[in-house]
Design a protein around this ligand. Structure first.
Ligand SMILES: NC(=O)c1ccc[n+]([C@@H]2O[C@H](COP(=O)([O-])OP(=O)(O)OC[C@H]3O[C@@H](n4cnc5c(N)ncnc54)[C@H](OP(=O)(O)O)[C@@H]3O)[C@@H](O)[C@H]2O)c1
Length: 392
């Protein structure tokens, strides 16, 4: 599928099944051997906005269309579940196309076929793929420049957990945040996908004080991963907790929550501090769209004008990877730096759990019910120990 198709999440149009050859001598010939089953592959499809039951498994019959010029087809081995997939299911993510469409912004697998003009990928190469939607399928067709080679030693599950979380964490911390040694960072949703990546990236710099909010059951894991001050935002006022430890505030606040939390983030900044807002998790309160939560988040939206900002010595940045999907060079540069960090052993995706496509509801629940520590992964087939070992 083209970049646009991938963006639109349009499932690859399967070509009509090849016609059965007519035996010589026409219909009088001896009975032909039973026709071979046409190939089939499975896809998860969002049938309409709403609850978990809106994501359905579909089986497609026939060969997928061959890749066009500049494209690749990939046999998918693992897919990442992102918070935006939960928002998309409820109709709250504007980069997701109208259903029916396949969700999925990232996956990893092996190249099945290359289209004309593709010189830097070959059949059997292991690749990770980034797209606006459409990747929760057994076979996907994407532009070659939406793919990146899987580093040696990285499993398909890790590769499916790499792109969205680490690109986001890298760009908000280092490009917008300009993180430097001896600074402090507040990371919300610290035990989740982006949170885990952000913690690991903070640890690549000397003496960073990390404040991390998460449910209390995850605090041991947060401490192990390097969070200096885990805070249980569900039972405590995290602003008060931060102020007790650091009365002057924080150098960089990462805000994936939106609404009143953006204002709190801004107020927590030290002079020359930076707020990077990159999500609206506060919109998600249950299985279906919650109009009250939407109204509350909108009503509490952070507002500031340039004149006010002028006197405050603070920066406000907004980040959305979904709107950088045509910035191949920019993103390619970030991925190259991340792969170097991976190869140096400084970052490594943390997998929370791996779910077969059939259990997509359980996978979504795992994240939506706040149980995950690290990344939730979907696989087309239940993982086999042998295959898993072979991938490593
Ligand atoms: N702008 C971008 O380009 C971009 C890219 C990637 C991700 N993001 C944003 O980054 C944030 C993290 O994304 P992720 O994919 O890595 O997800 P994630 O952090 O793994 O999300 C799940 C965790 O978030 C916490 N959480 C906080 N509020 C929640 C809510 N209302 N409903 C459910 N869980 C909630 C829960 O943990 P605790 O309760 O323990 O904290 C839960 O376990 C999201 O806001 C996402 O939209 C933005």
């Amino acid at each position: 599928m083209s970049g646009e198709d991938a963006a639109a999440g349009a499932p690859a149009e399967p070509a009509p099944p090849a016609q059965q050859p007519v035996p010589e001598g026409g219909g009088d010939a001896p009975a032909a051997a039973p026709a071979a089953e046409p190939p089939q592959y499975r896809a998860l499809v969002l049938s309409g906005f709403g609850g978990y039951d809106k994501v359905k498994m579909q089986t497609r019959r026939g060969e997928p269309a061959p890749p066009g010029p500049g494209e690749l087809s990939v046999r998918v081995r693992a897919c990442g579940l992102n918070f935006a997939d939960l928002l998309a299911r409820q109709g709250l993510y504007d980069r997701f196309p109208q259903p029916p469409a396949s969700p999925g912004m990232e996956c990893a697998g092996t190249v099945l076929a290359v289209g004309e003009g593709v010189t830097d990928r070959q059949v059997e190469d292991k690749v990770m793929v980034l797209a606006r939607a459409g990747l929760w399928q057994e076979i996907v067709t994407v532009q070659a420049n939406q793919t990146f080679p899987v580093p040696d030693g990285m499993s398909f599950e890790e590769a499916a957990a790499f792109l969205v979380n680490y690109i986001t964490a890298y760009m908000i911390l280092f490009d917008f945040g300009n993180l430097r040694p001896n600074q402090s960072v507040l990371i919300h949703m610290a035990a989740g996908g982006v949170g885990t990546a952000a913690i690991q990236l903070c640890k690549t710099m000397e003496n960073i004080t990390i404040f991390g909010t998460a449910s209390a059951s995850k605090h041991d894991a947060l401490k192990e991963s390097g969070v200096t001050h885990p805070i249980d935002y569900r039972t405590m006022d995290y602003v008060e907790e931060v102020r007790k430890i650091s009365p002057k505030g924080i150098d960089i606040v990462l805000d994936p929550l939106g609404g009143s939390d953006t204002t709190k983030a801004f107020n927590l900044l030290k002079p020359m501090g930076k707020l990077v807002t990159y999500g609206v998790a506060n919109l998600l309160t249950g299985q279906r769209k919650n109009l009250m939560a939407m109204a509350k988040t909108w009503w509490n939206q952070f507002n500031i004008n340039a004149l006010q900002l002028l006197h405050l010595n603070k920066a406000v940045c907004g980040y959305n990877l979904g709107y950088l999907d045509e910035e191949f060079e920019l993103i390619g540069g970030v991925v190259a730096k991340l792969v170097t960090l991976y190869n140096q052993g400084k970052i490594k995706p943390k997998i929370d759990s791996v779910w077969p496509f059939e259990q997509v509801t359980d996978a979504m629940r795992q994240m939506q019910e706040k149980k995950n520590i690290g990344k939730v992964i979907l696989v087309p087939e239940a993982p086999k120990e042998e295959a898993k070992k072979a991938d490593k």
